[in-house]
Ligand binder design. Structure first.
Ligand SMILES: NC(=O)c1ccc[n+]([C@@H]2O[C@H](COP(=O)([O-])OP(=O)(O)OC[C@H]3O[C@@H](n4cnc5c(N)ncnc54)[C@H](OP(=O)(O)O)[C@@H]3O)[C@@H](O)[C@H]2O)c1
Length: 240
């Protein structure tokens, strides 16, 4: 039985990934900040699904959570994040701009760096780290896109560091994914339709689409894939 840790697993993509691994028979640890949302996420799953609440962007909380996290980890999915600019109006003063940029960098880049660094010695040979990036890294989306671009860059560095111990590291970059809390109910019908229409498949991705690719990256068939950013966006942005 493999051991999987998924950050931000109470909802959306993280929950779908955790559920997919659990269905395969793996032992899955679901993390996130809201204990109540995690409890809901594991409701109906058996004892192989364990909730551990902590803020992945807070060094003290990550350190405090270590005793509750598994000693041996096969798959780490750094999924926690989101566009923190959705939570406030555009700042006009420099202090506000700095705070807004720090929030996105902390939520999307530092969270993955801290959790991976804390768990690095527990990652097992043959294992994998999957970071959830975004199409925004290439399309641009202010601090959020910059943070996801940073995540892609760090993926290259981490892949080189972990390759000698037979651990692969990749970033999966979704386009628009419906059925998540990402847009906080702020997505207008027009914008949603524009996002759907911009995909060659003419449909939104769903968390299960992203989870299936995470599962693939964690499978024996993907051992020669490392240091990459894989786009899962229905052709919203093509490679050539
Ligand atoms: N939905 C999209 O269209 C889309 C597109 C491209 C990329 N993505 C990326 O996909 C990932 C998953 O997002 P989602 O779409 O599934 O949205 P979501 O439903 O909002 O899921 C994000 C999860 O991350 C958790 N989280 C956020 N900050 C955290 C932190 N500091 N520490 C621990 N947990 C944290 C949230 O739970 P708590 O609030 O309880 O912590 C939440 O459960 C994110 O990295 C997002 O940027 C999403």
């Amino acid at each position: 039985m493999r051991t999987i840790v998924v950050t931000g697993a109470a909802t959306g993509i993280g929950r779908a990934a955790a559920t997919a691994f659990h269905t395969r028979g793996d032992y899955v640890v679901l993390t996130g900040r809201r204990a109540d949302a995690l409890t809901k996420a594991v409701d109906g799953l058996d004892e192989r699904a364990v909730p551990v609440a902590f803020d992945a962007s807070d060094p003290d909380q990550v350190t405090a959570a270590l005793s509750q996290l598994p000693d041996r980890i096969d798959v780490l999915v750094n999924n926690a994040g989101g566009n923190t600019d959705f939570d406030h109006d555009d700042p006009t003063d420099l202090a506000g701009v700095a705070a807004a940029w720090r929030a996105n960098l902390e939520a999307n880049l530092l969270s993955a760096v801290l959790v991976t660094t804390a768990l690095r010695d527990r990652l097992q040979p043959g294992g994998t780290v999957v970071n959830i990036g975004s199409i925004a890294a290439d399309k641009g989306a202010g601090a959020y896109g910059a943070a996801k671009a940073g995540l892609a860059s760090w993926t290259v560095d981490l892949a080189a560091q972990l390759s000698p111990t037979d651990i692969t590291v990749n970033t999966l970059a979704p386009g628009y994914v419906a059925d998540t809390e990402f847009f906080r109910d702020k997505l207008s019908d027009d914008t949603r339709q524009t996002l759907v229409d911009s995909a060659l498949t003419r449909r939104a991705s769903h968390p299960e689409d992203i989870a299936a690719t995470v599962e693939f990256l964690a499978s024996p068939g993907a051992r020669q894939i490392t240091g990459q950013v894989l786009a899962v966006n229905g052709g919203e942005r093509t490679s050539r």
